[in-house]
Write a protein that binds this ligand. Structure first.
Ligand SMILES: O=C(O)CCC(=O)C(=O)O
Ligand SMILES: [Fe+2]
Length: 324
């Protein structure tokens, strides 16, 4: 397994996924990936098959999108309801918290808003959650670039799910059957520049500590830094998951933790000011990232239903962000 593990950052293995893609080291790669999920819930993949040109051009598109005037971005407004996760949310609108259900505590937490803006989309043919795009003619090419990247990430998702199954010693397509709907969510995130002091005294946050409510997330980040992952050996302490050029991060969500009987961790993470930051003007640089979440669908097991004994339960979807 050692030769597929090419490094380690903050206890998170850096795994060369190439040996899974070309078939030469499939089991070793799968084992290394799952070992890191078990240790810390996160893994960095290099040689993951996602073209760097496509990653770069998608980051260019998201910069172009967020550089539009607010009024333009609000032409694709995220619905106020917390259930339809599509379109644009302005800075401070969304607040990510973990397991806080108490109304008073929520009001308190909302006083320190997440200083980020986001754009969310999914597949086009999802009647349950239609996409919300800018009107025709505004930022032409943006919609096509988002959809193209969505389906590119879907390919990576399917391969990662195969590796996951192999690493857990179940048939390779075990997890694919729970992800056939491709109800994934592509999120474009922009954390605007903010005074370091406001972040350090927690007047504002970038993204509060949370776990992801899905099976897995692919996470692409720019080179600014600030992502932190809780140290499983020292709860409450966080380590910096520094950007590694050319890599993608994959992190396990709550559903995978439950699915694996807690052998895989869904680890708390957050985004703060980048570590060891030196600036002349006291400002944190802006940061961009792209999480791509895989929700999962629980449906009756084939063989347990038929025409005579139809399904008693409709499939349920564990969708990202439904708890946020
Ligand atoms: O921006 C990041 O790096 C992390 C985002 C994140 O954790 C999330 O959207 O769930
Ligand atoms: Fe997250």
């Amino acid at each position: 397994m050692e030769d597929v593990k090419v490094g380690n950052t903050a206890g998170i293995s850096i795994v060369d996924f190439g040996g899974f893609l070309d078939g030469t080291r499939k089991q070793a790669v799968a084992d290394a990936m799952v070992e890191s999920f078990k240790n810390i819930g996160f893994v960095y993949l290099v040689n993951h098959g996602l073209s760097q040109d496509k990653i770069d051009s998608t980051f260019e598109w998201l910069k172009r999108f967020f550089a539009q005037p607010t009024d333009t971005k609000l032409l694709a407004p995220h619905p106020a309801s917390g259930a339809h996760h599509r379109g644009y949310s302005a800075p401070g609108v969304e607040k990510v918290v973990q397991n806080v259900f108490d109304a008073e505590e929520l009001v308190k937490q909302r006083k320190a808003p997440d200083f980020k803006e986001s754009f969310e989309c999914g597949r086009e043919d999802d009647p349950g959650m239609p996409n919300i795009w800018l009107p025709e003619g505004v930022l032409p090419g943006f919609k096509e670039a988002c959809l193209d990247f969505y389906w590119t990430c879907r390919e990576v998702e399917l391969t990662v799910l195969r590796a996951l199954a192999l690493g857990l010693h179940v048939p390779e397509d075990y997890f694919i059957q729970y992800h056939v709907a491709a109800d994934n969510q592509l999120r474009l995130l922009h954390y605007p520049s903010v005074p370091i002091e406001r972040l350090s005294n927690e007047e504002v946050t970038r993204i509060g500590a949370h776990t992801d409510f899905c099976s897995l997330t692919l996470l692409l980040q720019d080179q600014v830094g600030g992502l932190e992952v809780e140290d499983p050996q020292n709860p409450g302490q966080f380590k910096s998951a520094a950007p590694i050029p050319g890599s993608i991060i994959v992190n396990a969500g709550d559903f995978l933790m439950r699915w694996s009987n807690d052998t895989i961790r869904s680890t708390v993470h957050r985004v703060r000011a980048p570590p060891n930051l030196r600036t002349e003007d006291g400002m944190t640089p802006e940061r961009y990232s792209i999480p791509y979440d895989f929700p999962t669908v629980v449906d009756c097991v084939p063989g347990t239903y038929s025409e005579e004994r139809p399904k008693k339960y409709e499939p349920i979807s564990v969708s990202p962000r439904s708890n946020k």
